[in-house]
Write a protein that binds this ligand. Structure first.
Ligand SMILES: [Zn+2]
Length: 184
């Protein structure tokens, strides 16, 4: 999936949060097909079309971020929520308020955008969007990029099949293509 923050202020606050620590941080992104907080006078539909062309419907807007404390004993190399079930319930309530759906994210401070073997196990059990597919986001800090991963696991008929990956694009408000739409 392809990702863009609904407004530049949210992207800047998220960037500061990511850069404030060398540990992994994580939680959920509240994602929508249409932004609630688009700050510019131009149509977000035109922006979508300009960035994505015919694939415009595959661009999703990050409307809000829910952070969950990292409880891992090795927080520089791993993220694990302090109570996964409670954290997810809180995130789900927040997403409801934004009329959004949830996408798990965590950072890789070493700038590696690829999911680790543990990430795939985690995604397979806790990030499923439907039976064989999981979606989640890995964030790398320098420069800030959000990698929307979609993983298709083996089917019951073929459980040993290797997982198939897709990774989308991230569009930053720092890009020239977006700057031309900015009001100030
Ligand atoms: Zn990871």
């Amino acid at each position: 999936m392809n990702l863009l923050f609904s407004n530049p202020a949210l992207e800047n606050r998220f960037r500061k949060m990511v850069h404030s620590t060398t540990n992994e941080i994580g939680g959920w992104l509240c994602i929508r097909c249409e932004p609630h907080t688009w700050p510019i006078k131009f149509s977000w539909r035109d922006t979508k079309a300009a960035l994505m062309g015919r694939e415009a419907d595959r661009l999703l807007f990050i409307e809000s971020v829910v952070m969950a404390p990292n409880e891992s004993n090795i927080p520089a190399n791993e993220w694990s929520a302090w109570d996964w079930q409670k954290a997810k319930e809180m995130a789900a309530e927040t997403a409801k308020m934004h009329d959004a759906f949830l996408l798990h994210f965590h950072t890789h401070p070493n700038n590696n955008s690829k999911p680790s073997p543990q990430d795939l196990v985690f995604a397979g059990s806790l990030c499923k969007v439907w039976s064989q597919r999981a979606e989640f986001c890995i964030v790398t800090p320098d420069p800030l990029r959000l990698w929307g991963h979609s993983v298709k696991f083996g089917t019951p008929a073929n459980p040993d099949a290797k997982p198939a990956y897709e990774c989308g694009q991230f569009f930053s408000w720092r890009m020239k293509a977006l700057k031309q739409f900015r009001r100030e």
